[in-house]
Each structure stands twice: as structure tokens, then as C-alpha cells.
Design a protein around this ligand. Sequence first.
Ligand code: RAM
Length: 497
Amino acid sequence: MIFNKVKGFKTVENKDFLRKAEELKPVLFKTKVVPTPSISEPMGKGDTLLLDFLDHQVGYLHFHASSVGSPADAPAKIRIRYAERKEELEENWDEYKGEISSSWLQEETFFLDYLPVTISLPRRHAFRYIEIKVIDTTPKYKVRLSHIHSISVSSADYRLVPEINIKDKMLKRIDEVSLRTMHECMQEVFEDGPKRDARLWLGDLRLQALGNYATFQNADLVKRCLYLFAGSTMRDGRVGAGLFHKPKVQVDDTILFDYSLFFVSTLKEYYDFTKDIETLKDLFPTAKRQISLSLLELDGKGIVKDHDNWWCFLDWGEGLNKQAGAQAILISALKDAKEMASILGLDTAVYDTNIDTLTFAAKKYLFDEAKGLFVSGKKKQISWASQIYFVLSGIFDKETNRKILSNIEKEPHSIKMVTPFLHHYYVMALLEVGEKEKAISVIKSYWGDMILDGADTFYEVYDPQNKRSSPYGDWVINSFCHAWSGTPSYFIRRHLG
Ligand code: RAM
């Protein structure tokens, strides 16, 4: 992937917004979790110990180490690997060949100079399994580990999740795993994934916020994240695709067309849930700015210009052209912005004009009447993403949209969906056209399949045809507890009765 970075990157801070975000910083709940086993046999050179915490954790490892045999006549050298899935530990991490940094692989090597000693590791990790390997001691002594535990952290409070009775066993398990996924990603901000990148991304935030309204109901955390994005923008007022909250708040210099626009929809959905008019007043100008910047990207015909680099996300599908999806998302964002403008008593005429222009152009240049499908880019590519985002933009009536979703199933040469992120929008689109049964079956087959594969939390990428696929060139770097994958609970609780 080629990141779309900003030349001469400069940022603007809104101190008032950042102060509001800081005031909303949550206190993390801390829980002591003991694995199986929690004590080891005496371990010498090359011995390993596999710990199972029985569920996904985001936490800090603690243990006690003592020597067995003669006095320790050299330091003990220990290597620890943390894994969300057991299969990660079967890979050779030393031969990692992915495009993004190997420093995301959760591993640490350290020395115990004096035994006995109590160790509290300072680094937070995401894991269910931990492999502890003794790289070396001496022939005279071995190491025994005991009192092994994690202090696990999250800002999510299970007590606030409404209790519901889900009869279907698979849906019930999908709901539990969704909750765990969201729980683990809810830290001081809504992280995209606690293993990687452990920070804010707008596309993830939007889906986390939706899931959260139906479950943990921590609207303040959504509010905090919206203020963070609005508090650190690029020089032209654009919100970043992502944002670092540590060591200080700092917008990332990656621009994604759709992600900036998701700020608009996330704000609108936040208002729908909370009716918090003060926040809407504060942040609407930031939302409006995302719309204006996006409108600058239109060509003379009212179509969003296409680019060769990684300018818009939509999904990780290989070769996916983004033009049509981007157009659709801009129309949806315009509609959300119009609604917010009207709530605030502002003029909405300009939104209507733009919605009309973009809708007309989309129907004329991006819709293939004969195929009954949207096409994207110079090569008129057909993808699931283009159909899904257009159905959600609502430019056609329900019946036409239903046909579009059925046509794409029959199209042999299309770019398929690869992430739970796009599957979320697919399920939304199905519900939009009244295909409730189909929506349930997609949830049960796609997310359910991950459960049959042993998922404790839902994965960042899941392609049932290629289970080891990765957008980063090496499967082991994938995140297996990823925020954008935790939305089935939202559907189950809000839409499926
Ligand atoms: C990755 C992360 C994140 C996603 C972006 C587009 O770096 O997985 O979740 O939003 O890509």
C-alpha cells in the first residue's frame, strides 16, 4: 500500500476541544486474571511454557521467578511471545516478511540477573496465549515461574450492557464475541485493535460507536474521540484518517477520503443517540469542513476524481477501485450534514444542490443500466463495495437497491469483500432493503465461521476462501481483535429483535 501523506504536513490544534477531550478521559477498570497453568515446572535452556488465559486479554504480565538447583551463576535469559490466537505461535516470527513494521509482533526478551525476583512488565499486550521460553540459564540451575497473572485493562463496563435473551445459540455466541471484541478495544480511546495499531482510526470509530450505543453505552468515550479528531486537524481543517493519543494528541498524516467523511456520520449518529446539542454545535463546523474539502475533489461532471494511490479505504480487497464508493459515501455524508444543519436551524439549500448534482452524476456515469450495477474507475470495475455503499446512499428506491444487491451476487467478475468492515456495511444494506433473513444468514455464516475457527474476538481481516490472507503481506501481523469487526451485537440488539 502507498500511504497518501500530506506534503509539508502541518497541524492545527484547538486547545478548547483538546481540553474537553482530556476531561472525558476514562478511568480504566483493572482485573487480575490468572492463566492455566499459573506456575511452571523448573525450566532450563530451551524449555517453553504455554499459558492460556481462556479469553482475550489486554493487559500487563506479572510473575515471580526463582532458581531451582545450585545458586544462579549467570542471568536467566527469557523470551516472551504474546498471541491472540494460538496459531500465531506456530509461525516463525523471525522470518516475518510483511510490509508494516515487525515491531508490532508482540515479543520481548529480557534478563533476570538476580533470583528470586518479582517481575511486573511495563508493556501492555493483547493476548489469550503467552509463550514463555527460557533461552538460557546454566547447567547448574533452572528457573521456576509462579504467581503468573495479567492485570487486564479496559474502559468498558459489562454491567451496563442490557441483558437480552438470544435463543439462537450461534447468534448468542456471536453477540458474546462481539462484546468481548468491543470491550478489549475500549481503552483510553476507541482503539482499532489493541495489538495493532492501538490508536484511533475514523472508520473504526464509527462502527465502534454504533456497537457501543447498543451495548456498553459509553457515549462519553465517543464524544471524547470526536473532540480529539476535531482538536488536532491538518492545516486546512481536515481530520486525519487516524490519530495518535500518546505521547500527545497528534493527527496522523494519512488522508483517506471516506474516513474524513465518516467524521460527519459519526457526529450525526452520536447526536441521534445522545441529543447532545452542545457537542453538535461545537463540532458541526468540523463536519462541514470535511464536506467542503471533499467537494473540491469533484470533476466537472460531479464525480469524485479517481487516484492511483491509497486515497480512500472502503475495504482491503486487492485492486479495489474506490471512485464509486467514494461518491456514494460523499452523498451519504451530505445527507447526514443536511440533517444536522437543519437541527441547528441552519440553511440546508446548499446540501440539497450538492446531493442532487452528485446523485444525477452517479446515475448517469457510474450506473450501468444493462447490468443493473455500479461501475467504478476508468476500467469500469465492478465490486461489492461500490454496490453496498451506493445502496446505503439511498439514491435509488428500495426495490432497485434490492435488485442491485441481488445482481452483484450473480456477477462472476467482481472484487469481493474481505473485511468485517465492509461486511458490516453489507449487512446494513441488506437491512435497508428489507432482507432481514439474509442479513441474519450473513452474520451467522461470516462472523459465525470465525467462531467455528476458534475466535474469542473477531478478526481484522477474514476471507473464508483464504484464511491466511493479509493486506500487509504476512498473516502473523494481522490483528485478531479488531474494533470494526465487533458490530454484530449492534445488528442483533438493534435490528434483529
Ligand atoms: C489499518 C487498521 C485500521 C484501519 C486502517 C484503514 O491500519 O487496521 O483499523 O482503519 O488500516
